[in-house]
Design a protein around this ligand. Sequence first.
Ligand SMILES: Cc1cc2nc3c(=O)[nH]c(=O)nc-3n(C[C@H](O)[C@H](O)[C@H](O)COP(=O)(O)OP(=O)(O)OC[C@H]3O[C@@H](n4cnc5c(N)ncnc54)[C@H](O)[C@@H]3O)c2cc1C
Length: 379
Amino acid sequence: MNFDLTDEQQMIRKTIREFADEVVAPGAIGRDRTKEFPRDIFRQLGEMGMMGLPFEEKYGGAGADTISFAIVTEELSRACASTGITYSAHISLGGAPLNLFGTEEQKQQYLVPICTGESLGAFGLTEPNAGSDAGGTQTTAKPEGDDFVINGSKVFITNASYAKHLALTAITGTEDGKKEISAVIVPTDADGFQVIDNYEKMGLNASNTTELVLENVRVPQENLLGKRGNGFRQFLVTLDGGRIGIGAMAVGIAQAAFDRSLQYAKERKQFGRAIADFQVNQFKLADMALKIELARNMVYKAAWLKDEGRPFSKEAAMCKLYASEIAMEVADEAIQLHGGYGYMKEYEVERYMRDAKLLEIGEGTSEVQHLVIARQIGV
Ligand SMILES: Cc1cc2nc3c(=O)[nH]c(=O)nc-3n(C[C@H](O)[C@H](O)[C@H](O)COP(=O)(O)OP(=O)(O)OC[C@H]3O[C@@H](n4cnc5c(N)ncnc54)[C@H](O)[C@@H]3O)c2cc1C
Protein backbone atom coordinates (compact mmCIF):
# COMPACT_ATOMS: atom_id res chain seq x y z
CA MET A 1 0.00 0.00 0.00
CA ASN A 2 1.28 3.46 -0.86
CA PHE A 3 -0.29 6.60 0.60
CA ASP A 4 2.02 9.01 -1.27
CA LEU A 5 0.66 11.12 -4.09
CA THR A 6 2.41 10.61 -7.42
CA ASP A 7 4.72 13.33 -8.75
CA GLU A 8 1.97 14.42 -11.15
CA GLN A 9 -0.66 14.60 -8.39
CA GLN A 10 1.73 16.61 -6.20
CA MET A 11 2.46 18.98 -9.06
CA ILE A 12 -1.27 19.50 -9.72
CA ARG A 13 -1.84 20.13 -5.99
CA LYS A 14 0.95 22.69 -5.82
CA THR A 15 -0.32 24.53 -8.91
CA ILE A 16 -3.97 24.61 -7.86
CA ARG A 17 -3.16 25.45 -4.23
CA GLU A 18 -1.22 28.55 -5.31
CA PHE A 19 -3.99 29.53 -7.70
CA ALA A 20 -6.64 29.00 -4.99
CA ASP A 21 -4.72 31.12 -2.46
CA GLU A 22 -3.70 33.89 -4.84
CA VAL A 23 -6.65 34.17 -7.22
CA VAL A 24 -9.72 32.40 -5.80
CA ALA A 25 -9.62 33.15 -2.05
CA PRO A 26 -9.23 36.96 -2.11
CA GLY A 27 -12.68 37.65 -3.64
CA ALA A 28 -14.61 34.86 -1.91
CA ILE A 29 -16.27 37.00 0.80
CA GLY A 30 -17.23 39.64 -1.77
CA ARG A 31 -18.73 37.11 -4.18
CA ASP A 32 -20.71 35.54 -1.34
CA ARG A 33 -22.27 39.00 -0.77
CA THR A 34 -22.75 40.10 -4.38
CA LYS A 35 -23.51 36.62 -5.79
CA GLU A 36 -21.21 37.45 -8.69
CA PHE A 37 -20.35 34.31 -10.68
CA PRO A 38 -16.54 33.83 -10.87
CA ARG A 39 -16.35 33.86 -14.68
CA ASP A 40 -12.80 35.08 -14.87
CA ILE A 41 -11.59 32.35 -12.51
CA PHE A 42 -13.05 29.76 -14.87
CA ARG A 43 -11.44 31.45 -17.85
CA GLN A 44 -8.10 31.11 -16.09
CA LEU A 45 -8.79 27.50 -15.07
CA GLY A 46 -9.42 26.84 -18.76
CA GLU A 47 -6.06 28.33 -19.68
CA MET A 48 -4.42 26.17 -17.00
CA GLY A 49 -5.89 23.02 -18.56
CA MET A 50 -8.00 22.28 -15.48
CA MET A 51 -11.43 22.34 -17.14
CA GLY A 52 -10.97 18.97 -18.83
CA LEU A 53 -8.61 17.55 -16.21
CA PRO A 54 -9.68 13.87 -16.14
CA PHE A 55 -10.68 13.57 -19.79
CA GLU A 56 -8.59 12.27 -22.65
CA GLU A 57 -6.15 14.62 -24.34
CA LYS A 58 -7.74 13.93 -27.74
CA TYR A 59 -10.83 15.80 -26.48
CA GLY A 60 -8.79 18.66 -25.06
CA GLY A 61 -8.52 17.12 -21.60
CA ALA A 62 -5.40 16.64 -19.50
CA GLY A 63 -5.68 12.84 -19.08
CA ALA A 64 -5.26 13.08 -15.30
CA ASP A 65 -6.87 10.74 -12.78
CA THR A 66 -9.79 10.99 -10.37
CA ILE A 67 -7.50 11.61 -7.37
CA SER A 68 -6.20 14.71 -9.19
CA PHE A 69 -9.80 15.83 -9.81
CA ALA A 70 -10.50 15.39 -6.07
CA ILE A 71 -7.39 17.42 -5.20
CA VAL A 72 -8.39 20.31 -7.49
CA THR A 73 -11.98 20.28 -6.17
CA GLU A 74 -10.74 20.25 -2.57
CA GLU A 75 -8.29 23.12 -3.07
CA LEU A 76 -10.82 25.31 -4.92
CA SER A 77 -13.46 24.60 -2.26
CA ARG A 78 -11.02 25.46 0.53
CA ALA A 79 -10.74 28.94 -0.98
CA CYS A 80 -14.33 29.36 -2.23
CA ALA A 81 -16.91 26.57 -2.19
CA SER A 82 -19.00 28.30 -4.88
CA THR A 83 -16.00 27.93 -7.19
CA GLY A 84 -15.58 24.34 -5.97
CA ILE A 85 -19.14 23.24 -6.72
CA THR A 86 -19.05 24.90 -10.14
CA TYR A 87 -15.87 22.98 -10.98
CA SER A 88 -17.05 19.69 -9.51
CA ALA A 89 -20.40 19.81 -11.36
CA HIS A 90 -18.67 20.90 -14.57
CA ILE A 91 -16.42 17.83 -14.58
CA SER A 92 -18.36 15.10 -12.84
CA LEU A 93 -21.93 15.94 -13.88
CA GLY A 94 -21.40 17.84 -17.14
CA GLY A 95 -18.36 16.20 -18.75
CA ALA A 96 -18.45 12.69 -17.29
CA PRO A 97 -21.73 11.41 -18.81
CA LEU A 98 -20.62 12.62 -22.26
CA ASN A 99 -17.28 10.92 -21.76
CA LEU A 100 -18.83 7.69 -20.48
CA PHE A 101 -21.81 7.32 -22.81
CA GLY A 102 -21.29 9.68 -25.76
CA THR A 103 -20.52 8.59 -29.31
CA GLU A 104 -17.27 9.81 -30.89
CA GLU A 105 -19.18 12.58 -32.73
CA GLN A 106 -20.97 13.65 -29.54
CA LYS A 107 -17.65 13.81 -27.68
CA GLN A 108 -16.14 15.95 -30.43
CA GLN A 109 -19.15 18.25 -30.48
CA TYR A 110 -20.01 18.48 -26.77
CA LEU A 111 -17.09 17.25 -24.65
CA VAL A 112 -14.39 19.29 -26.41
CA PRO A 113 -15.96 22.70 -25.53
CA ILE A 114 -16.31 21.50 -21.93
CA CYS A 115 -12.61 20.55 -21.78
CA THR A 116 -11.53 23.91 -23.17
CA GLY A 117 -13.87 25.75 -20.77
CA GLU A 118 -15.80 27.35 -23.63
CA SER A 119 -18.95 25.76 -22.15
CA LEU A 120 -19.56 24.84 -18.54
CA GLY A 121 -20.85 21.35 -17.88
CA ALA A 122 -24.30 20.84 -16.36
CA PHE A 123 -26.67 17.96 -15.68
CA GLY A 124 -30.47 18.00 -15.51
CA LEU A 125 -31.99 15.29 -13.37
CA THR A 126 -33.96 16.88 -10.51
CA GLU A 127 -37.54 18.00 -11.13
CA PRO A 128 -40.14 19.69 -8.92
CA ASN A 129 -41.71 16.28 -8.17
CA ALA A 130 -38.64 14.07 -8.68
CA GLY A 131 -35.80 14.70 -6.21
CA SER A 132 -34.52 11.74 -4.17
CA ASP A 133 -36.89 9.64 -6.25
CA ALA A 134 -35.22 10.70 -9.49
CA GLY A 135 -37.04 7.92 -11.36
CA GLY A 136 -40.20 9.98 -10.86
CA THR A 137 -39.18 12.12 -13.85
CA GLN A 138 -42.16 13.74 -15.56
CA THR A 139 -40.33 15.57 -18.38
CA THR A 140 -41.10 13.95 -21.71
CA ALA A 141 -39.10 13.68 -24.95
CA LYS A 142 -41.60 12.49 -27.51
CA PRO A 143 -40.15 10.96 -30.68
CA GLU A 144 -41.60 12.86 -33.68
CA GLY A 145 -40.10 12.12 -37.09
CA ASP A 146 -36.32 12.46 -36.71
CA ASP A 147 -36.66 14.60 -33.58
CA PHE A 148 -37.51 14.48 -29.90
CA VAL A 149 -39.98 17.11 -28.73
CA ILE A 150 -39.22 17.88 -25.08
CA ASN A 151 -41.65 19.29 -22.51
CA GLY A 152 -41.17 19.66 -18.78
CA SER A 153 -39.08 21.36 -16.15
CA LYS A 154 -35.99 20.79 -14.02
CA VAL A 155 -35.07 22.47 -10.74
CA PHE A 156 -31.83 23.34 -8.90
CA ILE A 157 -29.58 22.74 -11.93
CA THR A 158 -25.98 23.86 -11.38
CA ASN A 159 -24.13 25.83 -14.11
CA ALA A 160 -26.89 25.85 -16.76
CA SER A 161 -26.66 29.64 -17.38
CA TYR A 162 -23.04 29.11 -18.53
CA ALA A 163 -23.61 25.83 -20.38
CA LYS A 164 -24.04 25.74 -24.15
CA HIS A 165 -25.75 22.35 -23.85
CA LEU A 166 -26.58 19.82 -21.16
CA ALA A 167 -27.78 16.27 -20.81
CA LEU A 168 -31.12 15.80 -19.11
CA THR A 169 -33.42 12.91 -18.33
CA ALA A 170 -36.81 12.58 -19.98
CA ILE A 171 -39.42 9.93 -20.64
CA THR A 172 -39.05 8.75 -24.24
CA GLY A 173 -41.84 6.14 -24.14
CA THR A 174 -42.99 3.11 -22.16
CA GLU A 175 -41.55 -0.38 -21.99
CA ASP A 176 -43.62 -3.23 -20.48
CA GLY A 177 -45.93 -0.59 -19.04
CA LYS A 178 -42.98 1.14 -17.30
CA LYS A 179 -41.57 4.58 -18.05
CA GLU A 180 -38.64 4.48 -20.45
CA ILE A 181 -36.22 7.16 -19.21
CA SER A 182 -33.47 8.30 -21.56
CA ALA A 183 -30.77 10.97 -21.49
CA VAL A 184 -30.90 13.61 -24.20
CA ILE A 185 -28.37 16.35 -24.97
CA VAL A 186 -30.11 19.70 -25.34
CA PRO A 187 -28.54 23.00 -26.49
CA THR A 188 -29.48 25.70 -23.98
CA ASP A 189 -30.21 28.19 -26.79
CA ALA A 190 -32.83 25.92 -28.40
CA ASP A 191 -36.23 27.50 -29.10
CA GLY A 192 -38.57 26.96 -26.15
CA PHE A 193 -35.70 26.40 -23.66
CA GLN A 194 -35.61 28.83 -20.76
CA VAL A 195 -32.88 28.90 -18.11
CA ILE A 196 -34.04 30.85 -15.05
CA ASP A 197 -31.47 32.04 -12.51
CA ASN A 198 -33.33 33.59 -9.60
CA TYR A 199 -33.03 31.33 -6.58
CA GLU A 200 -32.22 33.02 -3.25
CA LYS A 201 -29.91 30.47 -1.62
CA MET A 202 -28.60 29.93 1.90
CA GLY A 203 -25.02 29.55 0.69
CA LEU A 204 -22.83 28.82 -2.35
CA ASN A 205 -24.04 32.25 -3.40
CA ALA A 206 -21.57 32.74 -6.24
CA SER A 207 -22.50 29.43 -7.85
CA ASN A 208 -25.14 29.28 -10.57
CA THR A 209 -28.28 27.32 -9.66
CA THR A 210 -31.09 27.40 -12.18
CA GLU A 211 -34.56 26.28 -13.11
CA LEU A 212 -35.05 24.90 -16.62
CA VAL A 213 -38.33 25.18 -18.49
CA LEU A 214 -38.73 23.28 -21.75
CA GLU A 215 -41.72 23.95 -23.99
CA ASN A 216 -41.83 22.00 -27.23
CA VAL A 217 -38.02 22.00 -27.47
CA ARG A 218 -37.06 20.12 -30.60
CA VAL A 219 -33.72 18.27 -30.86
CA PRO A 220 -32.65 15.62 -33.38
CA GLN A 221 -32.90 12.02 -32.14
CA GLU A 222 -29.16 11.70 -32.67
CA ASN A 223 -28.86 13.79 -29.46
CA LEU A 224 -29.80 10.70 -27.47
CA LEU A 225 -26.96 10.04 -25.00
CA GLY A 226 -26.25 6.33 -24.61
CA LYS A 227 -28.97 3.78 -25.22
CA ARG A 228 -32.63 4.64 -25.25
CA GLY A 229 -34.16 3.62 -21.90
CA ASN A 230 -30.77 3.66 -20.14
CA GLY A 231 -30.97 7.28 -19.00
CA PHE A 232 -31.78 6.57 -15.40
CA ARG A 233 -29.05 3.94 -14.98
CA GLN A 234 -26.55 6.26 -16.70
CA PHE A 235 -27.35 9.05 -14.30
CA LEU A 236 -26.87 6.73 -11.31
CA VAL A 237 -23.39 5.86 -12.62
CA THR A 238 -22.70 9.56 -13.14
CA LEU A 239 -23.79 10.34 -9.56
CA ASP A 240 -21.36 7.74 -8.16
CA GLY A 241 -18.51 9.78 -9.65
CA GLY A 242 -20.13 13.07 -8.61
CA ARG A 243 -20.18 11.98 -4.98
CA ILE A 244 -16.37 11.88 -4.96
CA GLY A 245 -16.50 15.55 -5.99
CA ILE A 246 -18.93 16.40 -3.17
CA GLY A 247 -16.70 14.53 -0.70
CA ALA A 248 -13.68 16.50 -1.93
CA MET A 249 -15.60 19.79 -1.62
CA ALA A 250 -16.51 18.88 1.95
CA VAL A 251 -12.87 18.15 2.82
CA GLY A 252 -11.85 21.51 1.34
CA ILE A 253 -14.44 23.47 3.35
CA ALA A 254 -13.58 21.58 6.54
CA GLN A 255 -9.86 22.22 5.99
CA ALA A 256 -10.50 25.94 5.56
CA ALA A 257 -12.58 26.02 8.77
CA PHE A 258 -9.84 24.15 10.63
CA ASP A 259 -7.02 26.39 9.33
CA ARG A 260 -8.88 29.53 10.40
CA SER A 261 -9.68 28.05 13.80
CA LEU A 262 -6.13 26.94 14.55
CA GLN A 263 -4.76 30.36 13.71
CA TYR A 264 -7.47 32.17 15.65
CA ALA A 265 -7.13 29.94 18.72
CA LYS A 266 -3.43 30.77 18.93
CA GLU A 267 -4.02 34.51 18.54
CA ARG A 268 -7.13 35.11 20.63
CA LYS A 269 -6.37 35.78 24.29
CA GLN A 270 -8.83 35.41 27.17
CA PHE A 271 -8.05 35.07 30.88
CA GLY A 272 -4.50 36.17 29.99
CA ARG A 273 -3.83 33.16 27.76
CA ALA A 274 -4.37 32.12 24.15
CA ILE A 275 -7.64 30.18 23.96
CA ALA A 276 -5.56 27.39 22.34
CA ASP A 277 -3.95 26.88 25.77
CA PHE A 278 -7.22 25.57 27.17
CA GLN A 279 -7.27 21.83 26.80
CA VAL A 280 -10.93 21.77 25.79
CA ASN A 281 -10.04 23.82 22.70
CA GLN A 282 -6.98 21.68 21.93
CA PHE A 283 -9.27 18.65 21.97
CA LYS A 284 -11.74 20.39 19.68
CA LEU A 285 -8.98 21.14 17.18
CA ALA A 286 -7.64 17.59 17.47
CA ASP A 287 -11.11 16.20 16.72
CA MET A 288 -11.47 18.50 13.72
CA ALA A 289 -8.08 17.38 12.34
CA LEU A 290 -8.95 13.72 12.94
CA LYS A 291 -12.26 13.97 11.06
CA ILE A 292 -10.67 15.80 8.12
CA GLU A 293 -7.89 13.21 7.87
CA LEU A 294 -10.40 10.38 7.80
CA ALA A 295 -12.68 12.10 5.30
CA ARG A 296 -9.79 12.87 2.94
CA ASN A 297 -8.61 9.25 3.08
CA MET A 298 -12.14 8.08 2.25
CA VAL A 299 -12.35 10.47 -0.73
CA TYR A 300 -8.94 9.34 -2.05
CA LYS A 301 -9.86 5.67 -1.58
CA ALA A 302 -13.09 6.05 -3.59
CA ALA A 303 -11.20 8.00 -6.29
CA TRP A 304 -8.44 5.38 -6.38
CA LEU A 305 -10.94 2.54 -6.77
CA LYS A 306 -12.55 4.43 -9.66
CA ASP A 307 -9.14 4.95 -11.29
CA GLU A 308 -8.40 1.23 -10.88
CA GLY A 309 -11.63 0.42 -12.72
CA ARG A 310 -13.01 -1.34 -9.65
CA PRO A 311 -16.50 -0.98 -8.11
CA PHE A 312 -16.65 2.20 -6.04
CA SER A 313 -20.36 2.99 -5.46
CA LYS A 314 -20.25 2.06 -1.78
CA GLU A 315 -17.04 3.99 -1.09
CA ALA A 316 -18.31 7.02 -3.04
CA ALA A 317 -21.54 7.07 -1.00
CA MET A 318 -19.57 6.57 2.23
CA CYS A 319 -17.08 9.35 1.52
CA LYS A 320 -19.86 11.75 0.45
CA LEU A 321 -21.93 11.00 3.55
CA TYR A 322 -19.06 11.15 6.03
CA ALA A 323 -17.24 14.13 4.53
CA SER A 324 -20.38 16.27 4.18
CA GLU A 325 -21.45 15.56 7.75
CA ILE A 326 -18.01 16.29 9.24
CA ALA A 327 -17.78 19.48 7.15
CA MET A 328 -20.91 20.72 8.95
CA GLU A 329 -19.52 19.62 12.34
CA VAL A 330 -16.12 21.22 11.73
CA ALA A 331 -17.67 24.45 10.45
CA ASP A 332 -19.97 24.57 13.49
CA GLU A 333 -17.02 24.04 15.84
CA ALA A 334 -15.04 26.70 13.97
CA ILE A 335 -17.79 29.25 14.68
CA GLN A 336 -17.82 28.18 18.34
CA LEU A 337 -14.04 28.63 18.61
CA HIS A 338 -14.33 32.11 17.12
CA GLY A 339 -17.03 33.08 19.64
CA GLY A 340 -19.05 36.17 18.64
CA TYR A 341 -16.61 36.97 15.83
CA GLY A 342 -17.47 33.62 14.28
CA TYR A 343 -21.02 34.87 13.87
CA MET A 344 -19.77 37.82 11.80
CA LYS A 345 -19.39 37.48 8.03
CA GLU A 346 -15.98 39.09 8.02
CA TYR A 347 -14.42 36.09 9.80
CA GLU A 348 -15.64 33.76 7.02
CA VAL A 349 -16.34 30.71 9.20
CA GLU A 350 -20.10 31.28 9.07
CA ARG A 351 -19.89 31.04 5.26
CA TYR A 352 -18.26 27.63 5.55
CA MET A 353 -21.25 26.36 7.48
CA ARG A 354 -23.80 27.80 5.02
CA ASP A 355 -21.87 26.40 2.08
CA ALA A 356 -21.30 22.99 3.69
CA LYS A 357 -25.02 22.39 4.29
CA LEU A 358 -25.70 21.82 0.59
CA LEU A 359 -23.29 18.88 0.63
CA GLU A 360 -25.68 16.91 2.87
CA ILE A 361 -28.41 17.49 0.27
CA GLY A 362 -27.06 17.60 -3.30
CA GLU A 363 -26.27 14.47 -5.36
CA GLY A 364 -28.34 12.40 -2.96
CA THR A 365 -29.19 13.49 0.59
CA SER A 366 -27.52 11.88 3.61
CA GLU A 367 -30.60 9.67 3.96
CA VAL A 368 -30.23 8.52 0.34
CA GLN A 369 -26.51 7.77 0.92
CA HIS A 370 -27.55 5.54 3.84
CA LEU A 371 -29.95 3.74 1.47
CA VAL A 372 -27.17 3.27 -1.13
CA ILE A 373 -24.72 1.97 1.49
CA ALA A 374 -27.33 -0.33 3.03
CA ARG A 375 -28.03 -1.83 -0.40
CA GLN A 376 -24.31 -2.25 -1.08
CA ILE A 377 -23.67 -4.08 2.20
CA GLY A 378 -26.51 -6.47 1.46
CA VAL A 379 -29.16 -5.24 3.91
C1 LIG B 1 -27.62 24.22 -4.76
C2 LIG B 1 -28.14 22.95 -5.39
C3 LIG B 1 -27.56 22.46 -6.55
C4 LIG B 1 -28.07 21.32 -7.18
N1 LIG B 1 -27.54 20.92 -8.39
C5 LIG B 1 -28.19 19.95 -9.10
C6 LIG B 1 -27.79 19.67 -10.43
O1 LIG B 1 -26.84 20.24 -10.98
N2 LIG B 1 -28.50 18.74 -11.13
C7 LIG B 1 -29.56 18.07 -10.59
O2 LIG B 1 -30.16 17.26 -11.28
N3 LIG B 1 -29.94 18.31 -9.30
C8 LIG B 1 -29.30 19.25 -8.55
N4 LIG B 1 -29.69 19.53 -7.26
C9 LIG B 1 -30.82 18.80 -6.70
C10 LIG B 1 -30.47 17.85 -5.55
O3 LIG B 1 -29.76 16.75 -6.04
C11 LIG B 1 -31.78 17.51 -4.83
O4 LIG B 1 -32.20 18.66 -4.12
C12 LIG B 1 -31.62 16.33 -3.90
O5 LIG B 1 -31.38 15.14 -4.59
C13 LIG B 1 -32.85 16.13 -3.00
O6 LIG B 1 -34.04 16.17 -3.71
P1 LIG B 1 -35.23 17.12 -3.20
O7 LIG B 1 -34.66 18.47 -3.00
O8 LIG B 1 -36.39 16.98 -4.10
O9 LIG B 1 -35.62 16.55 -1.77
P2 LIG B 1 -36.64 15.35 -1.44
O10 LIG B 1 -36.31 14.17 -2.26
O11 LIG B 1 -38.03 15.87 -1.49
O12 LIG B 1 -36.25 15.03 0.06
C14 LIG B 1 -36.81 15.71 1.19
C15 LIG B 1 -36.37 14.94 2.45
O13 LIG B 1 -36.93 13.62 2.42
C16 LIG B 1 -35.89 12.66 2.58
N5 LIG B 1 -36.21 11.45 1.82
C17 LIG B 1 -36.63 11.34 0.52
N6 LIG B 1 -36.79 10.06 0.19
C18 LIG B 1 -36.43 9.33 1.27
C19 LIG B 1 -36.37 7.93 1.56
N7 LIG B 1 -36.67 7.00 0.65
N8 LIG B 1 -35.96 7.54 2.79
C20 LIG B 1 -35.64 8.45 3.74
N9 LIG B 1 -35.67 9.79 3.53
C21 LIG B 1 -36.07 10.21 2.32
C22 LIG B 1 -34.64 13.36 2.03
O14 LIG B 1 -33.45 12.73 2.52
C23 LIG B 1 -34.84 14.77 2.54
O15 LIG B 1 -34.42 14.85 3.88
C24 LIG B 1 -29.16 20.63 -6.59
C25 LIG B 1 -29.72 21.10 -5.39
C26 LIG B 1 -29.25 22.25 -4.81
C27 LIG B 1 -29.93 22.76 -3.54
